[in-house]
Design a protein around this ligand. Sequence first.
Ligand SMILES: [Zn+2]
Length: 538
Amino acid sequence: MTHRCTRRITYALGLLLVAATALGPPDALLGPATVLLAQGGPITVLSRDGRRTLPAVDVQNHQMVGLDDLATLFQLQVREDAAARAVTASYKNQTIVLTPDQSLVSASGRLVSLPAPLTRRSNRWLVPVEFISRALAPIYDVKLDFRPQSRLLVVGDLRVPRVTAQYDESPSSIRVTFQITPRTTATVTQEQNRLLLHVEADALDASIPPAPSQQGLLTGIRATDPTTIQMDLGQRFNSFRTSPATSSGAASVLTVELLAVPVESTVAPTPPGGVTTPGAPGAPTAPGVATGPVPPTDLPAFGSSRPTIRTIVIDPGHGGDDAGVKGPRGAVEKDVVLAIARRLKGVIEGRLGMRVLLTHQDGKLIGADARASIANNNKADLFISLHANGSPRPTTRGVTIFTLGLDRFGEDARRQSRADRAVLPVFGGGTREISLVEWELAQAAHLDGSNAFAGIIEQRLRATAGLPTVTLQRAPMRNLAGVNMPAVLVELGYLSNPDEEQQMRSADFQNSVALALTEAVSAFRDHLELSPQVAPAP
Ligand SMILES: [Zn+2]
């Protein structure tokens, strides 16, 4: 599964704040005779000791907190000096002097102005919340970071990034874009019927809007434990993928795309933009169709400057610390696909006499770009990435063959506003114009070949390996985008399906898949060599 290709991290501090203790309800603050209005709710105080609640009330449009509550939270000594008409709050050797009904406060001899005065209500002293950052923080020996917007007070050097989310919907998918400020490492994992975004932090300042109303794909989203955002998956959920996190100013941006179960009979929708196909808008085989099932392409003659295949790069998915999908009986994606990759290398070398390179041998994890670089630097003629899939539904099964879909990348490229326009020749004499960032251009020039190869693989997996369910899909896969040659990513089955898990571990299955893929390579080579070459457009 490609989402697992994102780098995995371990996080040590995630459980620091699990013990959440709240102070008692603010009953004492809201005596029956008062005219205080609770507004905005309490302030959450995060520290190494846990999570506490600081009640806040509204007095004449000012958010006020009790000096006694602050004394409890911050070990302040509060004294009332009736003779001097003053209230003092001391911490260690430092003292804040307040005067009733006055907005000026002395913090260790320094005068500080508050937006509202010290106020007496129901035998308690109230100060505006700004007291914390303006008067208390300067004398306190631990950092106090008050965030009015999220009503959060962070005590000490805790990492509490702000996390926001936005949604982009299509008929077959929902994309959730998380923005994490400041930049913070985050990973996505799947646990049964939910996806978990783990942020490498001590707690989250999360502001997550409700999930879109689209039924059956994403049914809920919320912050759960202090460092996790949980996405609840609906019945239509099939798989997901994440983009590598990118930086946008001070923030990390991570997208999670939830894909619906393919509907076999549906014609792929016309892309919303990003790719223009003169003369064939919305045609089923139009390049750049959105994520979703696409009919097998006929084998269009591949008018390329590569008349044959000499070198193949096989990319076993995952590796190193990144195990990929794990099956219910213990099969591990990285091991299964590496075993198949090695068999495939042997069969291709033995039968076709081609040079075959593997991107890695499970020594350590390498990223998508490094895998593409290995293929590009070795001037390979064909790139095959091997994966196994995972689904929360144990009955989900079948092979999926991916080629690069351009539409979403085009969208991203425009958003990043560093798009270059490119006009790519298309077989048959036309051109198509696409907007892409640099690293995406490589694969875009080979999509006809990639789609032709995917169609051949589909035939061979059915005919030679006897696999009944093989789906072709185009998707904006980072794994393929930078590859400068025809490229496919094959999910060889679902490790989450116990039957397919057992099958994928068997030598019989691995050999028959290696044979089918070798036949596909051979057929694709014939196709390249025998196709009439198209003269370049003048
Ligand atoms: Zn994978």
